[in-house]
Design a protein. Sequence first.
Length: 131
Amino acid sequence: MSIALNHIIIPSKDKWASAKFLADILGTTAGPEWGRFVSVQVDNGVTLDYAEADSIQPMHCAFLVGDDDFDAGLAKLQAAGIPISGGPHGDQPGEINHLYGGRGVYFKDPNGHLLELITAPYTENRATIGG
């Protein structure tokens, strides 16, 4: 069986502002607009499709990036004064974590979605997570 994620729809207050925010942090571009969506393309053809919504239930998206992209994204967050944390609940403000042999940082987008940059995949470490 072959299964690949194709896209995720992310509710937002302003689809262009939200897509540009994420694209800037990831070092990519937002768009084009397609129907009611503005996409941010990531590897393997996967897109995050922002759509405007009246109500937003915050969600979490984690992005596995290389060390250079992590450094660039972290620098952009810090330069913009966007609060970061080493933990998902804001319990390590201003810090990054060093979980599973990599680095990670959490931050919120303009809609309150919790975003995360990590340099080591959690999937290789699932057996040690939580216990």
